[in-house]
Design a protein around this ligand. Structure first.
Ligand code: FAD
Length: 140
């Protein structure tokens, strides 16, 4: 059963840009082996990750990530069965604020800086898909 899990968490002081690079490197190899795709958004304050794949694989990976001391206070936004992937070309697409402006963020929340606790799961997903679109626009 193809499943999508969305969560957010706070980076800890054990994390720097080198740490993010390591996480992405690990994610690329591990996720490809597990048939997992997704995205990792980081904005210096929080991580917002989408994991897509088999239900068992996504559950196991989430449990492993939850034990990582480079972040804390994980909050699950949504777990859904899906019919197709949004990140089929990406073992883990890294997204950040670079290509987003204030108006992009205000489409999905009335709070600046963005407060994920006050956003619906639909708006959080739409926000990530918008960030992905922006990243495609810039890289293409
Ligand atoms: P190894 O790399 O051999 O690691 C062994 C152990 O050391 C693991 O328990 C790991 O958690 C821990 N570890 C390794 N480096 C550090 C470090 N610098 N600081 C603290 N603990 C460390 N992994 C994925 O495979 N896919 C993902 O999509 C993914 N997303 C992540 C998202 C976030 C926000 C974070 C913080 C981590 C993510 N990780 C992801 C990393 C994951 O938590 C594990 O570190 C990684 O999967 C372990 O890989 P491994 O089993 O090959 O073990």
């Amino acid at each position: 059963m193809l499943t999508r899990l969305i969560y957010y968490s706070q980076g800890t002081d054990k994390l720097d840009m080198e740490g993010i690079k390591q996480i992405l490197k690990k994610s690329s190899s591990n996720n490809a082996n597990l048939g997992i795709t997704g995205s990792l958004y980081f904005n210096e304050t929080f991580f917002l990750q989408i994991l897509e794949g088999g239900r068992t694989e996504v559950s196991k990976l989430y449990t492993k990530i939850s034990q990582d001391t480079r972040h804390k206070n994980m909050v699950i936004v949504d777990v859904s069965s899906i019919s197709s992937r949004s990140f089929s070309d990406w073992a883990m697409l890294y997204l950040n604020e670079t290509n987003l402006n204030k108006n992009d963020i205000l489409k999905y929340t009335s709070n600046l800086p963005m407060d994920l606790n006050k956003m619906t799961s639909e708006n959080i997903l739409e926000f990530v898909l918008h960030a992905k679109k922006r990243s495609n626009q810039v890289s293409s």
